[in-house]
Design a protein around this ligand. Structure first.
Ligand code: KPL
Length: 306
């Protein structure tokens, strides 16, 4: 039977495991093993349980498992490479990987170094954990799959069909790079501000923050224009990027953004995967990005206090 390994049992990893398990064999690998009885609360409020097999990377490697058809890496961005290294000794180098990270940090690095196909996925499925044995699927949204060099369209299409059958509506796309940057732009405009000020996304619409959102989007727009990432929805410049950001703020007004959740839990944030690539590209193109650098510095100070 086809096996998929899911490396990183966070909210998206567990949602993926619950969704795929009725169709294929799934093994969940994490830093610690989870209870095998796992609960999923659907967006409609239905609670379902399923037995999911979970292992630590050490247990898994010691077991010399049969090679998988796919490995999904669902860790935080900055932990993806270490997670892959922890199981690489039992993974044939031709194994297809699927990277589910935010930002644009893990994706180019792993694409460059992993010998097999590397697909990237970006999703707007909403999910959060309720403990070691529970995940809430808070909202449905599309998932897009593709590879950065557009060399694995068939594999992306195959995976998109499987994910869609499993209830996670997915499409294979030829522009995953732009889609990853698009999500990164939205995350850069929302996450650092709400994380530093301890507010929910919707508060960014108020007088205290809206001007700063506009200013951050201006810096981001200039960088993405140099990177030749097309503005969203066929629009132009700042206006198109800002419209997308305000739309996401509106749709997620009640959310505590992932970066705010990280700060509250005293976990390292994804600033290196979200602000890092923007600052690095700005420097490469000789652009100023004082606001982005300032946000990155302040987040670094907050993290240093953990
Ligand atoms: O993706 C998000 C996140 O929290 O990381 C947004 C879109 C900002 C929603 O909260």
């Amino acid at each position: 039977m086809t096996t998929h390994w899911i490396l990183g049992p966070g909210a998206i990893g567990r949602l993926l495991a619950h969704s795929l398990a009725p169709f294929i064999e799934v093994s969940v690998i994490g830093r610690r093993a989870l209870p095998s009885r796992q609960l999923l609360t659907t967006p409609e409020g239905e609670v379902c349980f399923q037995h999911l097999t979970s292992f630590t990377a050490e247990q898994w490697v010691a077991d010399t498992p049969t090679p998988p058809a796919f490995v999904h890496i669902t860790t935080k961005a900055m932990a993806a490479e270490a997670a892959l290294s922890s199981i690489a000794s039992v993974l044939p180098p031709s194994t297809p990987l699927v990277l589910w990270q935010n930002g644009f940090y893990a994706q180019p690095r792993i694409t460059q170094t992993w010998p097999g196909p590397v697909l990237c996925a970006t999703t707007t499925q909403g999910a959060y954990l309720t403990g070691d044995d529970g995940v809430v699927h808070a909202g449905r949204g599309p998932t897009f799959v593709g590879d950065l060099d557009n060399q694995h369209a068939g594999l992306a299409a195959f995976l998109a069909v499987l994910l869609s059958e499993a209830g996670l509506t997915a499409s294979a796309v030829g522009d995953i790079r732009s889609r990853l940057w698009q999500k990164l732009a939205v995350n850069a405009a929302i996450n650092p501000l709400v994380a530093l000020h301890g507010v929910r996304n919707g508060e960014l619409r108020g007088e205290a923050y809206s001007g700063r959102v506009v200013a951050v989007v201006k810096e981001v727009t200039a960088i993405l224009a140099k990177e030749e990432v097309a503005p969203p929805n066929g629009g132009e410049g700042d206006t198109a990027w800002l419209a997308l950001v305000w739309q996401v703020v509106e749709n997620t007004a009640n959310n505590k953004a992932s970066m705010l959740q990280d700060v509250e839990a005293k976990r390292p944030t994804e600033r290196g995967a979200i602000l890092g690539p923007l600052i690095e590209r700005a420097e490469r193109h000789g652009l100023r990005c004082e606001l982005l650098k300032g946000l990155d510095r302040k987040l670094a100070q907050v993290e240093a206090g953990f």
